[in-house]
Ligand binder design. Structure first.
Ligand code: PGA
Length: 252
């Protein structure tokens, strides 16, 4: 693995401001120095306070979602401009919970990725198949469709600034981590597609993550998968000592 490993904690709709500050303060104090890029995505309401606590540390912040417009009459939405202003470096886009519960389409996701890049936010673009899609042999077709539509209009120079997270929907929050062979196949498929649509050096520069029930116990195995450049962790990131074990897991 050439790039520095990236470990992202997606706290979803968990944590009051007080709880979030407690967790990030603990993380900040216990995190060993800087072999890994660590990113935390707390709820919007805690982002700025988290930013203040995390200044001058290696820990960076991500929004969990954004709108593609900078401002306007979009009640309840948050723009990339706002995320950037309060110190985010990353933004999660197209998480399956957004697709599933909030009706996000590939087209919206594409607009969000483009808008994030304009704000110099690194999009963490999530994609993955459902259980029934996998069982009916459609995994590659689904991944290809999501990837192509999500990256529509993204030029070669911008591709390396995008992180892609393969998150099989059936593995998220279920305790069923994908097998390392399944992770390897999916990430290799994604990387090959990127190489075909752009070029090999650019495809190799893109950080590919796996997400779905990652725990301290299986992180080491996951990091042994050649294509894995990092992980996107939900439940396993909410207890700092467990999250640290994932961050510190070493292959080999
Ligand atoms: P999980 O969530 O680790 O709780 O499965 C991962 C994610 O949703 O990004």
């Amino acid at each position: 693995m050439d790039q520095k490993r990236l470990v992202v904690g997606n706290w979803k709709m968990n944590g009051t401001l007080e709880e979030t500050l407690k967790l990030i303060t603990e993380l900040r104090h216990k995190l060993p120095s800087d072999q890994t890029d660590v990113v935390i995505a707390p709820p919007f309401t805690s982002l700025y306070s988290a930013y203040v606590v995390l200044q001058e540390t290696q820990i960076q912040l991500a929004g969990q979602n954004m709108h593609w417009e900078n401002e306007g009459a979009y009640t309840g939405e948050i723009s990339g401009l706002f995320l950037k202003e309060i110190g985010c470096a990353y933004v999660i886009i197209g998480h399956s919970e957004r697709r599933q519960y909030f009706g996000e389409t590939d087209e919206w996701i594409n607009q969000k990725i483009l808008a994030a890049l304009t704000q110099e936010l690194t999009p963490i673009f999530c994609l993955g198949e459902t259980l029934s899609q996998r069982q009916s042999g459609k995994t590659e077709e689904i991944l290809e469709g999501q990837l192509k539509k999500g990256l529509q209009g993204i030029v070669m120079n911008d591709l390396k600034n995008i992180v892609i997270a393969y998150e099989p929907v059936w593995a998220i929050g279920t305790g069923k981590t994908a097998a390392t062979t399944e992770i390897q196949e999916a990430l290799r498929f994604i990387r090959n597609l990127l190489a075909k649509n752009y070029d090999a050096p650019t495809a190799n520069a893109v950080r590919l993550l796996y997400g779905g029930s990652v725990t301290a116990e299986d992180a080491r195995e996951i990091f042994q998968v050649k294509e894995v450049n990092g992980v996107l962790v939900g439940g396993g990131s909410l207890v700092i000592d467990k999250f640290l074990k994932i961050i510190e897991a070493r292959e080999g």
